[in-house]
Design a protein around this ligand. Structure first.
Ligand code: ITT
Length: 199
């Protein structure tokens, strides 16, 4: 089957990646549509290692070329935290996105503003034979202390983009997918995908 597998368990990422890939002429499928349940341990020390590990695991399990994203939020005043650990950044067992946002704001509350930050995404594309190619994207802004907007996921409601005067959660899918770290990563990955799929 000549389809690209979107190798993520994060529904927010699935929706964005589907939208980003839709004009490319490349057919894609999600793990749910493929009936594939995989939880890959993210024990790497870089985004590239974790993205590669996820892409290879999904590609080997499915027999399909697979695209994984490893991403995170880096806050200057916290020396780059939560970074690689953005999905796990809360002491609370069973923490959700809102708990992670609250924990981040708690850690920032005594630091002088603006709380400059950027999102990073590393995109890995793996073949079932285990060959991987990488691309990256970043998006710059600042963290604000009050939540705004209901779109997106994760840290979006507190990630403010000064040039737009909006948080990422106030952007619609089209806007987020023009500007985000993931959108930039996928744009940079497009030549790799087009070569692999002969487009
Ligand atoms: P998969 O590994 O299954 O793809 P995950 O959510 O565990 O899902 P990561 O390990 O890459 O993915 O963690 C990325 C975290 O960084 C994510 O859970 C959010 O907390 C945050 N993040 C990444 N991109 C984001 C975005 O566009 N908006 C808000 N938060 C984002």
């Amino acid at each position: 089957m000549n389809k690209l597998l979107i190798a993520t368990n994060n529904n927010g990422k699935v929706l964005e990646l589907q939208d980003l890939l839709k004009g490319s002429g490349i057919e894609f499928i999600t793990p749910a549509q493929f009936n594939l349940e995989m939880d890959v341990e993210e024990d790497g020390t870089t985004y590239a290692e974790n993205a590669s590990k996820k892409a290879i695991a999904f590609a080997k399990a499915s027999g399909l070329i697979s695209l994984a994203d490893d991403s995170g939020l880096e806050v200057e005043a916290l020396d780059g935290a939560p970074g690689l650990y953005s999905a796990r950044y809360s002491p609370k067992p069973g923490a959700k996105d809102a708990d992670r946002r609250a924990f981040l704001l708690e850690n920032l509350k005594d630091k002088p503003r603006p709380w400059k930050a950027h999102f990073h995404a590393t995109i890995a594309i793996a073949t079932p034979e285990g060959q991987v190619q990488l691309a990256e994207g970043n998006c710059y802004g600042e963290i604000i202390p009050e939540e705004r907007g209901t779109g997106g996921f994760g840290y979006d409601p507190i990630f403010f983009m000064p040039e737009l005067g909006k948080t990422m959660a106030e952007l619609d899918m089209d806007e987020k997918n023009r500007l985000s770290h993931r959108a930039r990563g996928v744009t940079n990955a497009m030549p790799i995908l087009k070569t692999l799929f002969g487009k």
